[in-house]
Write a protein that binds this ligand. Sequence first.
Ligand SMILES: [Zn+2]
Length: 187
Amino acid sequence: MPRNKTEERRSREITTLVGHIHRRIDFRYPPFRFEDFLASHDSYKVFEVDLPLGLDGRILFTPDGEQKTIYLRKWNARTRLRFTLAHEIMHAELHFQAGKLQNLAACRTSEHFRDGRRDVLEREADLGAAHLLMPLWMIDRHVPYRIKREYPDSVVKELARLFRVSDTAMRIQLKNYIAHDGEFLAL
Ligand SMILES: [Zn+2]
């Protein structure tokens, strides 16, 4: 959850942008369909390739940003591939236009291989990816009941299956859901 005003504002900007994407592809029921996203965003090309262990994905831009090429590590679990793809899309939608990416590229590495704190762009891309795949308002429609403490594993697993994400990703997003004030507007 955002800790201060700046982070709060940035978090709102990210959810607003994600909301635009959801509206554009008419996302109403889980899971998020990348086929729909890619069909309406034809500047993206996605390839599943042989990347080394620890490198989950990378995105390359043409200098004008017109073409985006995403490479995903094909050996990863499907849920991880989906989250990485969402993460790379967020780099393109959040960071490229704003001129925040160096070398016309960005990548995603496994937690295990990271040294120290993740930088701001990486955290923003993960935050955006979580909202892209698991918007809080949609979680709100599918949770079997509302509680203010952690959901049991059975609920986490069921929702993870529904949204086609890992149990871990769903558990983290459910924490954001629980911490939220409870007004969920589908943008
Ligand atoms: Zn990244």
